[in-house]
Design a protein around this ligand. Structure first.
Ligand SMILES: C=CC1=C(C)c2cc3[nH]c(cc4nc(cc5[nH]c(cc1n2)c(C)c5CCC(=O)O)C(CCC(=O)O)=C4C)c(C)c3C=C
Ligand SMILES: [Fe+2]
Length: 426
């Protein structure tokens, strides 16, 4: 078991009730630092009373799985897709080795490197002379295009990895889609994720060409208090997620393993579906509350399923077969009909809000970077999105970018990210 896989609480403390679950989500600011420090669960509650400084939090980048997937979501994010400039396998290996080195440095923190004043400074200086780890995680995922003829990796492509095809309500813009590599950078402060992306771009001018980039954010209060973040429609978003502290569930839903019949190197990785979705907020803000709530199937203030009292209450669909409480076409009911047990939607969501300028027609350009992780893309994102196709929410959303990627398995010892893939492709 790697550091990253150790349960935050020992198994007898089962996460049965929602209060416990939201408490566990609180490990966001505390748990990662403790794991990094190698402390056990006994000290965990003690630390709750005396939180560590978030700026000092180190999220281990090594482990069976990459960080940034089941890691509690930090407040700030940058999603950036690149095309690889290398022309051969050796060049790709050098790129992944350098990326791993940068991730190791940036996520652990330390003194900013200095050089001769006649040289360009090796660090941007954005974080001062001492770079804080600041809860930074950088997750590396590969796109289907990496498995074309350039690197001879065709036979190693994860079985379900392909270019994302448009769904019925999509207006995909190629400039915002796909890429050989996707980096998800998350940290407690904006300057830390910007510093990380600038560092990687500075070190890889001959290796990576940026293709598209989107900044994401979560409400500060929700992250600080470990409550469910509220999206730009004003609804709590994440309530129905599976429990990341339940490793059996994560193995079933998120991590590729022997059950998935994927290439051996892919074990420990996860499929990523990322969607850039613009909201028509001017129209939404003129929509009656009752209609808004019917669209999601939840109470706007509490997040409870309609007809229930608390956020984590079971919606009781079996007792509401005609949708008198939670409409049959509401977002939550279509996404997770709960017909065959709890997880019809076999995925873990980890979405962020985005806010750009104005659209060409003068509307707010704001929305959601929807991102989810799953061991099976077909039964995860694709099946769920098909159930959502035609939902009433579509009147207020327009997906315009993103793609499918595969988050590489974690890295151990002195290995580099993707080493298993490149060795398998020999
Ligand atoms: C294909 C998967 C999904 C897409 C795309 C998606 C887009 C999307 N979602 C919201 C807001 C909410 N989603 C909520 C629940 C929810 N959404 C999905 C899947 C997709 N959402 C699932 C599997 C679930 C869980 C349903 C459940 O278990 O009850 C909710 C309700 C609160 C919650 O559980 O998180 C909200 C709110 C937006 C705005 C959006 C794209 C524009
Ligand atoms: Fe959703």
């Amino acid at each position: 078991m790697t550091e990253q896989d150790k349960p935050v609480l020992s198994p007898p403390v089962a996460i049965a009730n929602p209060q416990r679950r939201s408490l566990l989500r609180g490990a966001g600011l505390f748990g990662g630092g403790l794991l990094a420090g190698g402390l056990g669960s006994a000290a965990w509650f003690g630390q709750l009373a005396k939180p560590v400084d978030p700026a000092q939090q180190v999220v281990p980048y090594r482990g069976q799985h990459q960080a940034g997937i089941t890691t509690p979501a930090a407040q700030e994010a940058i999603f950036i897709a690149f095309d690889v400039l290398a022309r051969d396998r050796q060049g790709l290996q050098a790129t992944l080795q350098l990326l791993t080195e940068r991730i190791a440095f940036l996520t652990q923190g330390g003194p900013a490197p200095v050089d001769h004043p006649k040289m360009p400074p090796p660090d941007s200086g954005l974080l001062g002379s001492n770079i804080s780890a600041d809860g930074l995680s950088i997750t590396v995922a590969v796109g289907a295009s990496l498995f074309d003829q350039r690197f001879g990796l065709q036979a190693q492509r994860p079985r379900q990895l392909s270019q994302m095809q448009a769904f019925a309500n999509d207006a995909l813009d190629a400039a915002w889609c796909d890429g050989d590599l996707l980096l998800q950078c998350c940290a407690h402060s904006r300057e830390t994720v910007i510093h990380a992306v600038r560092d990687i771009i500075k070190h890889c001018p001959d290796k990576l060409a940026a293709r598209w980039k989107m900044d994401g954010f979560l409400p500060a209060g929700a992250v600080r208090h470990s409550s469910t973040p509220i999206n730009l429609f004003g609804f709590k978003d994440g309530t129905g997620n599976p429990d990341t502290a339940d490793s059996a569930q994560m193995n079933a839903l998120v991590w590729v393993d022997d059950k998935d019949q994927e290439p051996a190197w892919a074990k420990g990785g996860s499929y990523v579906a990322i969607r850039l979705i613009r909201f028509t907020l001017e129209q939404w803000d003129r929509t009656p509350l009752g209609e808004q709530q019917g669209i999601f199937g939840r109470d706007k203030a509490s997040g409870a399923p309609l007809g229930k009292t608390h956020e984590f209450d079971d919606p009781g669909f079996a007792a509401d077969p005609h949708g008198q409480q939670v409409p049959l076409d509401s977002h939550m009911r279509r996404a997770e009909p709960r017909q065959h047990g709890r997880h019809d939607a076999r995925l873990l969501r980890r979405s962020y809000s985005y806010s750009l300028g104005l659209t060409k027609s003068g509307q707010l350009d704001m929305g959601l970077v929807f991102i989810c992780f799953q061991s099976n893309l077909q039964t995860g994102f694709i099946a769920t999105q098909h159930r959502l196709d035609g939902e009433p929410l579509e009147e207020y959303i327009k997906p315009f970018g993103g793609g499918y990627f595969f988050a590489l398995p974690g890295v151990s010892g002195s290995d580099y990210l993707g080493a298993g893939l490149l060795q398998a492709g020999r």
